[in-house]
Ligand binder design. Structure first.
Ligand code: ADP
Ligand code: MG
Length: 703
């Protein structure tokens, strides 16, 4: 790749963006598309045909041979099935065809995608439908160039089978509720409110050669064994450190690939753990941000491969150093350009800000178990509460200034700004909040950062759809209540003050500015009555509790049946993940570690015997102690593996999904830890050359 790239030319060159549409479509059709996107009109067949032809011509001019409906089944990854544009003519030649019908709807065989009991396989029909709000793009890989059309995926009977359907619905819910609030507050100019999201993505890079010698990394994405090297992350010398050449050239190519797709990769840096990095894009609407984050993760892996490396997106590839997460920056913005979470210098905007802020506080406090559930996965269980990421308890960080302001308003006290003006709702501006609060709190799961909230529990490998579905829906729910209060109030400003006051009085338990990693916080949170759902198995069943079903059904985001299916899928995925890890644990201990350590013991034993044959009085206590330690630990490995196998068999036999996941979570995991304890002890006693796997030192420090 040449060093001199024309960034402006490159940016978005593989994206059928609005500007491309504007250029390629007749004016009336383009305008129609904008209205369809806004939900103001239905897409007609004629328009779809025109758009399809323009898309096809554009794609073919860039070398595309295939098109694909690109969707996000509940596996958490993306799916695609390629069809070529080729349409053979009777005279033996071909035409390149792509109709509006093919653009709008697809029918992939859905039988092997998880549906959580929603359908039987004989009713396997699933449909994909074009999501006009997310731009089509070209994907370049070894198969060639494919035009990918972002689509929603649902069943024959209309149930959502993917991550996009509920996301779009939740965006609609928060849009509707926000507009009601705005209109009650006297804003009649905004016609749309969009949830915007900027996901910061953490990842690890490891050398491919080492990766391929680790069955656990290859099959489970994380190491099930591995002793800590002499150095970990204690010096904090990796965080924001100089980027190594090999990584830098990876980042450069990654940026180029993302920019071509119109993904605004913006920030990159070394993270806390060795060989850990982060990439942040500029935010988009929640829907586009979700699609693009999926594409980003996929591109990260693909580009790493070209550089002889593997990109690990697992939440905890290595014990003993930080794992990876995703910070989900979230806010609400109007189509008139106002960020509703931005406290401004204008009284009207401040009133809005306080209402939306209160709604978020109340929503997070009322529905914190659902937010927690939205970030739950087997991988993320290793992080949350591990003193490296937020605990499993949800709390909100507002910062001193903002907390003070809300507290004062709720007590009916006046607030003075710098000029000495008294702040009254709708009359004067709030005192300006410091732009860069010095007490930026890094340990809070849900932190206010200047003009957005940052949900920091999200798992690095998961789709951000789920967390944003919950965020949008819970905020929509409280905003709906507020809109009603405001619409019925005789004095709107007074009602705003009442809303802030009620919110602070009833929900201030969720506000916590202290150290979220500290041991003192957990008992304090318990005293406040905050939920502490420690594991996935504790959190996921929240989805089908009455309050949750009521919430999601009220806002038409997910039905009870859909929630149940999702819960089943998440529990099953959890069990499957732990099952794979447990199998690896048994396999690697039995077929790699035991033979290697036995061989080492035997070589040590022979050397002692040989030595004694030459020097009968030689002091061999050191060797003998080592042999004894090795064989003691080896014996312990055998015992621990047997217990693991027993518990694993019990878990595998359990048919009830929740009971099964509980067995994995409680019994299988603790047996795995026991095996690991002895295996890791053996690693540091065994000849390095005889150890069958690359060490943590290889994986974390060599690139
Ligand atoms: P940090 O606050 O973590 O230091 P930044 O300010 O650079 O980092 O923002 C982190 C992410 O938040 C970026 O992806 C950025 O685009 C996104 N972001 C910024 N403003 C908003 C907003 N109003 N809504 C959603 N995301 C936002
Ligand atoms: Mg951040």
């Amino acid at each position: 790749m040449s060093n001199n790239v024309n960034l402006e030319e490159m940016y978005g060159s593989n994206c059928f963006s609005k500007s491309v549409m504007k250029e390629k479509l007749p004016k009336t059709i383009y305008k129609e598309m904008l209205m369809v996107e806004k939900g103001e009109m239905e897409l007609s067949k004629e328009t779809a045909d025109v758009v399809a032809t323009a898309m096809k011509d554009w794609a073919i001019s860039k070398g595309a041979t295939h098109f694909s409906h690109w969707f996000q089944p509940l596996t958490g990854t993306t799916a695609e099935k390629h069809d070529s544009f080729i349409d053979p003519d009777s005279d033996g030649s071909i035409m390149m065809e792509f109709s509006g019908k093919e653009l709008i709807k697809g029918e992939p065989d859905a039988s092997s995608f998880p549906n959580g009991g929603l359908r039987d396989t004989y009713e396997a029909r699933g449909y994909t439908a074009w999501d006009v709000s997310s731009p089509a793009f070209l994907k370049e890989d070894q198969t060639g160039i494919t035009l990918c059309i972002p689509t929603a995926f649902f069943s024959y009977t209309g149930e959502a089978l993917d991550k996009k359907v509920p996301l779009l619905k939740s965006m609609e819910a928060v849009n509707t509720a926000s507009l009601k609030v705005l209109s009650a507050l006297g804003d009649t100019t905004a016609t749309k409110v969009t949830a915007s999201v900027g996901p910061e993505q953490e990842y690890f890079l490891v050398d491919k050669e080492f990766f391929e010698k680790r069955p656990d990394l290859m099959l489970a994405g994380r190491t099930v064994f591995g002793a800590m090297p002499s150095k970990g992350q204690e010096l904090s010398d990796h965080y924001f450190g100089v980027i190594k050449d090999r990584v830098a050239s990876y980042m450069k190519e990654l940026n180029h690939e993302l920019w071509k797709l119109g993904i605004s990769a913006k920030t990159q840096h070394n993270e806390v753990a060795p060989n850990q990095f982060e990439l942040a894009p500029i935010y988009d609407s929640a829907n586009i941000a979700t699609d693009r984050n999926q594409l980003t993760m996929e591109t990260m892996k693909r580009v790493a491969n070209r550089h002889g490396m593997v990109c690990l997106l697992h939440e905890k590839p290595f014990a003993g150093v930080n794992g990876s997460g995703k910070h989900n920056n979230w806010s609400l913005a109007t189509d008139t350009g106002i960020n509703l979470l931005s406290p401004g210098s204008d009284p009207q905007q401040n009133t809005q800000f306080l209402v939306f802020l209160s709604a978020i506080i109340e929503a997070v406090d009322t529905y914190s178990p659902l937010l927690r559930a939205s970030a739950a996965s087997a991988g993320n269980d290793h992080r949350l509460g591990g003193h490296e990421a937020p605990p499993a308890v949800i709390s909100i960080y507002l910062g001193k200034e903002l907390t003070n302001i809300i507290e004062k308003i709720s007590k009916g006290e006046t607030i003075n700004n710098k000029k000495g003006d008294k702040f009254e709702m709708g009359v004067s501006a709030l005192p300006a909040l410091p732009k860069d609060a010095t007490d930026r709190n890094r340990t809070s799961p849900f932190a206010f950062t200047i003009n957005k909230f940052e949900f920091r529990m999200v798992a690095s490998s998961q789709s951000i759809a789920g967390p944003n579905v919950v965020l949008n829906t819970i905020v929509a729910d409280i905003l709906t209540n507020y809109a009603e209060r405001l619409a019925n109030a005789s004095d709107v400003n007074k009602e705003v003050a009442n809303i802030v006051k009620d919110c602070y009085t009833n929900h201030n338990r969720i506000i916590f500015d202290g150290n979220g990693y500290g041991a003192e916080w957990i008992p304090e949170a318990e005293k406040r009555g905050l939920a502490n759902l420690k594991t996935t198995v504790d959190a996921v069943p929240e989805y089908t509790k009455d309050y949750a079903v009521k919430l999601f059904e009220k806002h038409k985001v997910l039905t009870k049946a859909e929630l149940e299916s999702r819960q089943n899928i998440y529990l099953e995925q959890y069990s499957q993940q732990i099952n794979i890890e447990a199998n690896l644990n048994v396999e690697m201990a039995t077929r790699y570690i035991v033979p290697a350590v036995s061989e080492y013991i035997s070589s040590l034993t022979s050397s002692v015997i040989e030595l004694k044959s030459v020097l009968p009085k030689a002091n061999t206590t050191g060797q003998e102690k080592l042999i004894a330690d090795l064989s003691d630990n080896l014996a312990a490995v055998f015992t621990a593996v047997e217990s693991l196998k027993t518990e694993l068999a019990k878990a595998q036999d359990e048919e009830d999904l929740l009971k099964q996941a509980t067995l994995y979570s409680k019994n299988v995991i603790s047996c795995m830890k026991e095996v690991r304890k002895f295996v890791d002890a053996l690693e540091v006693m065994t000849d390095r050359d005889m150890w069958p796997f690359p060490s943590y030192e290889d994986l974390l420090f060599k690139l």
